[in-house]
Ligand binder design. Structure first.
Ligand code: NAD
Length: 502
């Protein structure tokens, strides 16, 4: 069994605990590899190495940093297929989706590299004569990046590449279910020419290694994507040491299907949004808010299509829905099916394990009808192939139900009425709204993130990505050759007002 090491200061090293953990294929339950179970001391080593890397990297001109990222993008392109196959084995998503995951990393690599010649500040006139004002972007220092398992290459790439472009050094802690994809991604960055220490990778449990990174006094910022519970804890810890923290958390994403919608288009969108990636996307469609006028027709056509979906190993070309990530997740989904039934919702389709003759963690695409907005299956993130249908009698009620959630990541509406489409854009409380398209499918040049329980105001990707990883410094250049006092001296000598200087 191949054993993989962690990256610290440019060297692939064993953990100080000398322990390892297994990386399991969720479709076959085979062990793919053994990984280092890092401890607190490894986090110390990684942070120390990162500060050394920061010294070199932060002084490298951004267009030169960009050259490394462009090269990494090209290497990722060359390795796209190998990385995608590995990802399907490690995480379970079907091969075409795994290719999409790697493509997203390639896209953000090119995008972030392009920012190398666009690290713009702003200039401004001064209130005083012979004085010039501007802002410059500065890196934060060493940043800790903690990622989930559902996008094993794309999410690390979304964080690592803009953070590096901005001149930071990073310590990456990938999810324990998908460390190998992260290691392979990081290998391409090293080969592209990143100086030692600029990127470090530690593998192990979130409760030890992740927590140690969050608490480490040498880490200036944490960028975290994961569950609401973990995010809340991290935010509390970061508050204690005044660390910057950006959070990308869960979702309970609604799709509204109005009675004037193109039903075939909406069916395709709901099916893809709910059961693509086995429902394990933070933007997955978990609530279908359906106009009563199309309830019967839409539900029965959706049922017909859902029952035809093929569940299986994501490497097989006929598979449309892969396994869920692990046993705990499988049991969580089963428990929510029980909760839904106890709450009085009607199970329209699925509700149990699929392919029970196979060892993997397969679950049937599941649909509940007669769901009420107050039920737990309509409020809590299940993170699996479970869709709840809530019927409404009109547009205003649809918006109200859509917003009746602690989360606010993605949303969608299917309608041919332009007024309703624009009203939905205004009124839906979330970071992303799709019109006549499913709740999933973000592109890297637009900001990504959510409101309410989904995040704390930061956005990833798009122009916001560099902001997440930089500080803005204000610079004043006085070329008058004399002491000038802001708010006290004025440019018109006749006017001498009293004031305060700050
Ligand atoms: P998780 O919170 O269990 O784990 C995420 C990461 O945090 C893992 O690397 C884990 O090891 C680490 N971790 C766990 N406890 C920690 C602690 N105490 N301190 C520091 N790190 C810790 O989430 P998950 O199950 O891996 O991922 C699924 C969740 O991620 C879902 O809620 C999903 O909606 C969310 N997600 C959000 C987005 C987004 O951009 N909004 C994207 C993908 C996934």
């Amino acid at each position: 069994m191949q054993e993989y090491r962690m990256l610290i200061g440019g060297e692939w090293v064993n953990s100080t605990t000398t322990e390892t953990f297994a990386d399991i294929n969720p479709a076959t339950l085979e062990t793919l590899a053994l990984l280092q179970l890092a401890g607190y001391k490894d986090v110390d080593r990684a942070v120390e190495a990162a500060w050394k890397g920061f010294k070199v990297w932060s002084e490298t001109p951004p267009p030169k940093r960009a050259e490394v990222l462009f090269k990494a993008a090209r290497l990722l392109e060359e390795r796209k297929e190998d990385l995608a196959v590995l990802m399907t084995k490690e995480m379970g998503k079907i091969l075409p989706e795994a290719r999409g995951d790697v493509q997203e990393a390639i896209d953000i690599a090119y995008y972030a590299a392009g920012e190398g010649r666009r690290m713009f500040g702003e200039t401004s006139s001064s209130e005083l004569r012979d004085k010039f004002c501007m802002t410059v972007l500065r890196p934060l220092g060493v940043v800790g990046l903690i990622t989930p398992w559902n996008f094993p290459v794309a999410i690390p790439a979304w964080k690592v590449l803009p953070a590096l472009m901005a001149g930071n050094a990073v310590v990456l802690k990938p999810a324990s279910d998908t460390p190998l994809s992260a290691i392979k991604f990081v290998e391409t960055l090293l080969e592209a020419g990143l100086p030692p220490g600029t990127i470090n990778l530690v593998t192990g449990a979130g409760s030890t290694v992740g927590a140690a990174l969050v608490k480490h006094p040498g880490v200036r910022a944490i960028s975290f994507t994961g569950s609401l519970e973990t995010g809340k804890w991290i935010m509390g810890e970061c508050a204690k040491s005044m660390k910057r923290v950006s959070l990308e958390l869960g979702g309970k994403n609604p799709v509204i299907v109005m009675d004037d919608a193109d039903l075939e288009l909406a069916l395709e969108g709901v099916l893809w949004g709910a059961f693509g990636t086995t429902g394990q996307r933070c933007t997955a469609t978990s609530r279908l808010i359906l106009h009563e006028g199309v309830r019967e027709e839409f539900s029965s056509r959706l049922l017909e299509k859902t029952e035809k979906l093929k569940v299986g190993d994501g490497l097989l070309p006929e598979t449309e829905v892969g396994p869920v990530i692990n046993r705990a997740q499988l049991e969580k989904i089963e428990s929510y099916v029980r909760i839904g039934q106890e709450e009085g919702a009607k199970l329209l389709s699925g509700g149990k394990r699929a392919n029970s003759e196979l060892p993997g963690y397969f679950f049937e695409p599941t649909i509940f009808t007669d769901v009420k907005p107050e039920m737990r299956i309509a409020r809590e993130e299940i993170f699996g192939p479970v869709l709840s249908i809530i019927t409404v009698s009109g547009f205003e009620e649809a918006l109200e139900v859509a917003n009746n959630t602690a989360y606010g990541l993605s949303s969608a509406i299917y309608t041919k009425d332009i007024s309703k489409a624009f009203r939905a854009v205004e009124k839906l409380e979330c970071g992303i709204t799709y019109i006549n398209a499913p709740t999933i499918g973000a592109e890297v040049h637009l900001p990504f993130g959510g409101v309410k329980g989904t995040g704390n105001g930061f956005r990833e990707a798009g122009p916001e990505a560099i902001r997440e990883f930089t500080e803005v410094k204000a610079v004043y250049i006085d070329y008058s050759g004399k002491l000038q006092k802001a708010q006290i001296d004025t440019s018109a000598p006749a006017v001498q007002e009293r004031g305060t200087e700050q």
